[in-house]
Design a binder for this molecule. Structure first.
Ligand SMILES: NC(=O)c1ccc[n+]([C@@H]2O[C@H](COP(=O)([O-])OP(=O)(O)OC[C@H]3O[C@@H](n4cnc5c(N)ncnc54)[C@H](OP(=O)(O)O)[C@@H]3O)[C@@H](O)[C@H]2O)c1
Length: 327
């Protein structure tokens, strides 16, 4: 396929608005939107100048004006809605976490493979310019042998027990919403961990309020990640190597700045990774590139890695005793 894809937005909540704003600013065409309610779809379509507004997800994925579907529903529905879109013959960009668990994630990847369609996890941080430069620096040996990663993702989010983040039925908790960012970052830098250790504190509703994860690797490397939904943290990250370190400024998982620092504290390189908007258009560019080049999987975040990240998160949840309804 050549030319630009026409996007369909499935589930019109908070993040779908932010993503669509970035698509709009980048000149990417949104062909249609789909909600469980016609009124929501109409209002969203009016705000972004989208011509077609559907009152069901089924109608959205069947719309011939849509080539690729962005899934912006809560985590327990990611697999179901990704499968709905794939079975309608559409490529899919699915919000993080890729699914609720690894079994669901595997089913999505198998369906995409069987149909020759692209599925990509919307872990937008991977595609941001400062992360692209971080990978270049590490691969180029700028900090020597990489030994340690620490990253925090803590936000003071709504404590209302009915909010998605507090509700077990909607996949609530810090880990799958926030902790996935540093865990995915550790996967990006070190690959598959050899051991996983986790401790957590629950909310009154029974999801995790804060979770710390320690990952260790074959050659003794360590990653320490923390996430919390009831306190606002600095949200910075650092990668330590034998010849220096990379400091990512708050908020490390958004477009931001970083520094390559020598062991004596001298700043060797400063990187300004700020981009227009929230930077969510970059993951859309990646999906479009994969489709254009006829590839099922890119190097930045192959779907098999999204499955493997879910396996790590499954193990964390096993250790902290976090089971979601229906699992
Ligand atoms: N990449 C990022 O920076 C980022 C940031 C925040 C969230 N996220 C991810 O995006 C997903 C959605 O988060 P959000 O904050 O946008 O949530 P949200 O504001 O609650 O929106 C979720 C939307 O999903 C649809 N939905 C379908 N079934 C639902 C159900 N049973 N209950 C509630 N909503 C349902 C609704 O859209 P309709 O009413 O239109 O059908 C709803 O507006 C989550 O998986 C989260 O991890 C990503």
């Amino acid at each position: 396929m050549t030319g630009r894809l026409r996007w369909g937005i499935l589930g019109l909540g908070g993040i779908s608005r932010k993503f669509t704003a970035d698509l709009w600013a980048a000149g990417i065409e949104v062909g249609a939107v789909g909600s469980r309610s016609q009124a929501t779809a109409d209002a969203f379509a009016a705000d972004f100048g989208v011509a077609r507004a559907h009152d069901s997800y089924a109608a959205l994925v069947d719309d011939p004006a849509v080539d690729v579907v962005y899934v912006g529903t809560p985590h327990p529905f990611h697999a179901e809605h990704a499968l709905l879109a794939l079975r309608a013959g559409k490529h899919v960009l699915v919000e993080k976490p890729f699914a609720l668990n690894a079994a669901q994630a595997r089913a999505v990847v198998a369906e995409a493979d069987a149909r020759g369609l692209v599925v990509l996890e919307a872990m937008w941080t991977r595609f941001l310019p400062h992360m692209v430069r971080l990978r270049e620096l590490i691969r180029g040996g700028a900090i020597g042998e990489v030994r340690t990663l620490t990253a925090d993702h803590s936000q003071r989010l709504p404590s209302d027990p009915g909010h998605r983040l507090q509700d077990p039925a909607l996949g609530g908790g810090a880990l799958l919403d926030l902790g996935i960012y540093p865990v995915s970052f550790a996967w990006d830098v070190f690959g598959r961990p050899e051991t996983v250790w986790a401790r957590s504190t629950p909310t009154a509703t029974g999801v995790d309020a804060q979770t710390t994860v320690v990952l260790t690797y074959r050659d003794g490397q360590q990653a320490v990640t923390h996430s919390a939904l009831d306190v606002a943290g600095r949200n910075d990250a650092v990668v330590l190597g034998t010849e220096g370190r990379i400091e990512i400024d708050p908020t490390w998982y958004r477009p931001t700045t970083l520094r390559l620092v020598a062991p004596d504290g001298r700043v060797v390189e400063s990187v300004d990774g700020v981009v227009p908007g929230r930077g969510m258009q970059l993951q859309a560019f990646e999906l479009e590139r994969l489709v254009r080049e006829g590839r099922a999987s890119g190097d930045v975040l192959p779907p098999q890695e999204s499955v493997a990240i879910m396996e790590t998160l499954d193990e964390v949840r096993r250790q902290i005793g976090l089971v979601y309804p229906g699992e």
